[in-house]
Design a protein around this ligand. Structure first.
Ligand SMILES: Cc1cc2nc3c(=O)[nH]c(=O)nc-3n(C[C@H](O)[C@H](O)[C@H](O)COP(=O)(O)O)c2cc1C
Length: 366
């Protein structure tokens, strides 16, 4: 039985989780063709509530039809989507767990054909393409202001659906990240050209959403060192320090960091890059992800004994619905099957990973 700090409760805004391991946000493309969450997704999240008091994150939700139109990604702009999420959230709460909705927009990573069908264009801060993709059009100031409003509406919808909070997807080269880093933002208006201007999009979203739903229900996720999706400015430290300082001034609940060793969903060799700067700049609770094993998770939580740190697991949680139970009891993990990570609407590789026999027996005897 694991009695380490990993299994001590922790406060995150108004929520108190029972332990410090969570399900990382992961896009699995099991929503329907209208971006409505499905019963399959309810089953998936329900399975991952095996241990009460667990914090779950959803796939990134499109904030509006203009936010990328990525096929089978869930959305949170209409009544049907809110109602479908409510079913999932109610199930998670019934099992004694918590769930934050991740929200975001894809910018230059959007799907050009689906966007066109929905009457929208592929847009981004600047006409700079991700490697191998189409060149996006620059967003007008009007489009930027509209997108900020889309985030606010999505956050309000998320709260209406019953989510315990929302997290902005500011990582992995999505729209917020595209505004933040000079590698994808070469604007010379108030949204580009300086550190302060590149932080403006994040700040405006965070401030407006915090005003609308309360800062204690808001978190922000970043991957300052990742090269995934053609990202990574030369020196991310001053830029992301500024973002963190601005978020501190708003008083959001936490920041969620991705380790340098992970680019998107693959492990890479990075030895000199570190998140220490973020731990220095941000004084509140920190969530962290990227290549964690139970040992590394225990260590990071203990190493920052004076701070509240919660580790989110991605790929291992895909393959182990009872991951928390396995960590607690020191059980082996199932291996994940990468080819089914993103297979649209497929139950296979989504809800068919086995629970441990020990967990199943514990449920039968209780
Ligand atoms: C299938 C898959 C989908 C992902 N989708 C998202 C996403 O929607 N939003 C996000 O912030 N991160 C996303 N990520 C990144 C994970 O949240 C996590 O940071 C990454 O997998 C590293 O953690 P791990 O080593 O425990 O897998 C995704 C990762 C995977 C494997």
């Amino acid at each position: 039985m694991d009695t380490s700090r990993l299994f001590q409760p922790m406060k995150l805004g108004k929520v108190e989780v029972a332990h410090r391991i969570g399900l990382a946000p992961m896009s699995r493309f099991r929503a329907d063709d209208d971006h409505i969450p499905t019963p399959l997704m309810k089953e998936y999240f329900s399975q991952r509530t095996a241990v009460p008091g667990t914090l779950l994150f959803t796939d990134v939700n499109l904030v509006s039809p203009a936010a990328g139109a990525v096929p089978n990604a869930p959305g949170i702009w209409n009544k049907e989507q809110i109602a479908a999420w409510k079913e999932i959230i109610d199930e998670v709460h019934r099992k004694g767990c918590f769930i934050f909705g991740q929200i975001g927009a894809f910018g230059r990573l959007g799907n050009p054909e689906s966007l066109e069908k929905a009457g929208h264009k592929l847009t981004a801060p600047s006409p700079i393409a991700r490697e191998g993709a189409l060149v996006p059009q620059s967003m007008t100031i009007e489009e930027i202001k509209q997108m900020v409003q889309d985030f606010v509406k999505a956050a309000q919808n998320a709260i209406e659906a019953g989510f315990d909070g929302v997290e902005f997807d500011g990582d992995n080269g999505l729209l917020i990240d595209q505004f933040t880093q000079d590698i994808s933002n070469q604007r010379n208006d108030e949204y580009g050209g300086s550190i302060e201007n590149r932080s403006r999009f994040t700040y405006e979203i965070a401030k407006a959403v915090a005003d609308a739903i309360g800062p204690e229900r808001v978190g922000h996720r970043i991957s300052p060192w990742s090269r995934f999706n053609s990202m990574r400015m030369k020196d991310p430290i001053p830029q992301f320090t500024d973002v963190i300082n601005k978020l501190s001034s708003i008083g959001i609940a936490y920041i969620h960091l991705i380790e340098p060793r992970i680019w998107g969903d693959v492990l890479v060799d990075t030895s000199i890059e570190s998140l220490d700067f973020a731990f220095e700049a941000w004084k509140g609770p920190i969530l962290i992800a990227g290549g964690y094993t139970p040992e590394l998770a225990r260590k990071v939580v203990e190493d920052h004994g004076d701070r509240d740190v919660l580790v989110t697991f991605g790929r291992p949680f895909i393959a182990n619905p009872d991951l928390i139970y396995r960590v607690k009891k020191g059980l082996e993990f199932n291996h994940y099957d990468r080819p089914t990570f993103y297979t649209a609407q497929e139950p296979r590789g989504y809800i068919d990973y086995p629970f441990s026999s020990e967990y199943s027996a514990s449920i039968e005897s209780s």
